[in-house]
Design a protein around this ligand. Sequence first.
Ligand code: ADP
Ligand code: ADP
Length: 229
Amino acid sequence: GGTVRFEDVRFSYDPEREILKGVSFEVPAGRTVAIVGPSGAGKSTISRLLYRFYDISGGRILVDGQDVRDVSQASLRAAIGMVPQDTVLFNDTLGYNIRYGRAGASDEEVARAAELAQIDGFVRRTAKGYATEVGERGLKLSGGEKQRVAIARTILKDPPILILDEATSALDSHTEREIQDALERVSRGRTTLVIAHRLSTVVGADEIIVLQHGRIAERGTHGELMERG
Ligand code: ADP
Ligand code: ADP
C-alpha cells in the first residue's frame, strides 16, 4: 500500500493569495516522485497538506484511495515518515531521539536502526552507547549526523510513505552524497515524495514534477526533462 494521489488540489494560507492552483499527481505505491522548483513555489506546502496540517480549498488528497479528511491524524502520522532539511533533536538521550515516532521500540530495535543508519561512528566518538545523553551535545552534532538520526527514526518507524523535504540541502557536497545514499536505501520499497531544489539531485526518481507559482510547469523523467531543456 501507500499510493498517494493529489487531484486538482487548491490551497491558500490566506484568502488573498492562492498557493496551490490545481495540482494533480500520483505517487504509485513504492515509487519515487520528486517535486522541484524555485523557493516559494509551494513544494513544502504539498508535504504539509499530505499530513493534513491544513485543509485544502479544492480538490482531493487520497492515500490508498481514501480521502485524508476521512483518516485520523494518528493513522496519517503512522503512515508517513518525514526527513526534513534540519532535524531537530530533543534534549534527551540518543535512544529517545531515535525512538521518536515509535516510543515502544526495544533497545535491540533501536540499536539495529542506529547501525543501519551508520550512527555507530559518531556515538563511539562521543560516548558509549545509545542511552548516551545527546543533550547540549545534540546541538553540536553535525548536519549529517542529525540526518542520520532522522534516518534511524525512519527505519524504526518503518512508514509505507516517506517525505524527504530538502533532506540534503543544508549539507556540504561530500556529506550530501553520503546522506543521499542512505536515503535511497531507506526509501527503497516506500512511496517516496522527494522535495528538492535542484534537478541534479533527483536523477533516479520515477517522475519529476516542476512546480512554479503553485502550478505544475513540467513533468517527466530526468532524461525527458533534460531533452526538452
Ligand atoms: P517552497 O517549499 O516551494 O519553497 P512553500 O510551500 O514553503 O514553498 O511556500 C509557498 C508559499 O507559501 C510561499 O510564498 C510562502 O511564503 C507561503 N507560506 C508558506 N507557509 C506559510 C504560512 N504558514 N502562512 C502563510 N504563507 C505561507
Ligand atoms: P526506486 O524508486 O527506483 O525504488 P529509490 O526509491 O531508491 O528508487 O530512489 C529513487 C531516486 O530518488 C534515487 O535514485 C534518487 O535519485 C532520488 N532520491 C532518493 N532520495 C533522495 C534525496 N534525499 N534527495 C534527492 N534525491 C533522492
